[in-house]
Design a protein around this ligand. Structure first.
Ligand SMILES: *Cc1c(COP(=O)(O)O)cnc(C)c1O
Length: 347
């Protein structure tokens, strides 16, 4: 498969905007090339359009070469850029599994790109042969969220590999929750598959959702494509600096992940003891999907007690399901107390 032939014609032929800072990549004594205000505020310089300092840190941490890293304004920006690079509006389609993360379909809809959804079974799994037969040559991007949101399960590595080798387009593996899963990232497979893009984010395991930093790992060719179509200065200078600091605080990162996984395990066990809970889906992420006898009733009760969870009860295969993020131990103890009280009120 020739990746460049998958690109939209207008993207293939695009002459990108050339910023002052990308035309002059070296250092100078006096910068008079970008119409900045040199009296200064401490924030008067345009940031690096390619986030080179941040990428060096990411490269070392994730064991991926700098030329295989793209930094987005959240993963959500990268999802949008991928759809815009490969899908002709009104003609092409993407494939999403259902249920999965909602932004793939929304981004496609914004771009007038059709969404073809493949329904997962009641255990949130797919039949790999059936899914491969579902592909058509109008499908340009296949999104696999692993671990999956909102179900929390992981797919089999061998089956994901079959999808990557069979699909005649770009396969995006969204690893927003990989650090909670104990699974290896697919980044080790990057060099083998030119149609593979892996997404990670600072929003979940790194505890920095406010920064809006998404990481895309892909071939150098694909990094160049996304660089051409992104807004020139998509990451602010302050954000890049803050992201470097977050990534370098490895102790905080490890401690938090450990605590959240522990919280996930005890809270899952606790949910199983409640008689209004019908199932607790095994989670490899930092949230738990669980089925109750009356999701809306429980949702409203928790809301009335100051706790907001995610109502997923209207989503495919998620009837009467709520999704709860694993918060701090203190927060989860409070929810435990409230759920016990709900139980006794319901008898
Ligand atoms: C939360 C989440 C993201 C994160 O998106 P950002 O834009 O990086 O905050 C990406 N994918 C999935 C599946 C998520 O649940």
């Amino acid at each position: 498969m020739e990746i460049s032939s998958l690109l939209r014609e207008n993207i293939k032929n695009l002459v990108p905007y050339s910023t002052a800072r990308s035309e002059f990549g070296e250092t100078a004594e006096i910068y008079l090339d970008a119409n900045e205000n040199n009296y200064g505020t401490g924030q008067h310089r345009y940031p690096d359009p390619y986030q080179r300092r941040l990428k060096l840190v990411v490269s070392e941490l994730k064991n991926v070469s700098v030329e295989n890293i793209f930094v987005g304004h959240g993963s959500d920006e990268i999802i949008d850029l991928i759809i815009r690079a490969f899908c002709n509006p009104g003609k092409d389609s993407i494939i999403c599994l259902d249920p999965s993360y909602g932004m793939y379909a929304v981004s496609a809809a914004i771009n007038d790109v059709a969404v073809r959804t493949y329904p997962l079974d009641e255990n949130f799994e797919f039949d790999v042969l059936e899914l491969c037969q579902f592909f058509t040559n109008r499908d340009k991007v296949l999104f696999i969220c692993n671990p999956n949101n909102p179900s929390g399960n992981v797919f089999k590595e061998s089956e994901i590999l079959s999808l990557i080798t069979t699909f005649q387009g770009i396969v995006v593996i969204d690893e927003a929750y990989i650090d909670f899963s104990g699974q290896e990232s697919f980044t080790g497979q990057l060099l083998a598959f030119p149609n593979l893009i892996i997404l990670q984010t600072l929003s979940k395991s790194y505890g920095a959702a406010s920064l809006r930093i998404g990481l895309g790992f892909m071939s150098a060719f694909l990094v160049d494509v996304l660089h051409k179509i992104k807004p020139p200065y998509n990451i602010s200078g302050m954000t890049e600096e803050a992201a470097i600091q977050v990534l370098q605080n490895k102790n905080q990162y490890k401690r938090n992940i450990k605590r959240i996984i522990k919280g996930r395990e005890w809270f899952s066990d606790f949910l199983l003891t409640l008689d209004f809970v019908e199932s607790v889906y095994p989670s490899r992420a930092n949230f738990i999907l669980f089925k109750v006898n009356d999701a809306i009733g429980l949702y409203k009760y928790l809301l009335g007690s100051g706790v907001v969870v995610r109502d997923r009860s209207k989503i495919y295969q998620c009837q009467n399901c709520l999704r709860i993020t694993i918060g701090t131990d203190e927060e989860m103890e409070q929810v435990k107390y409230l759920l016990r009280k709900f139980k006794s009120n319901n008898i």
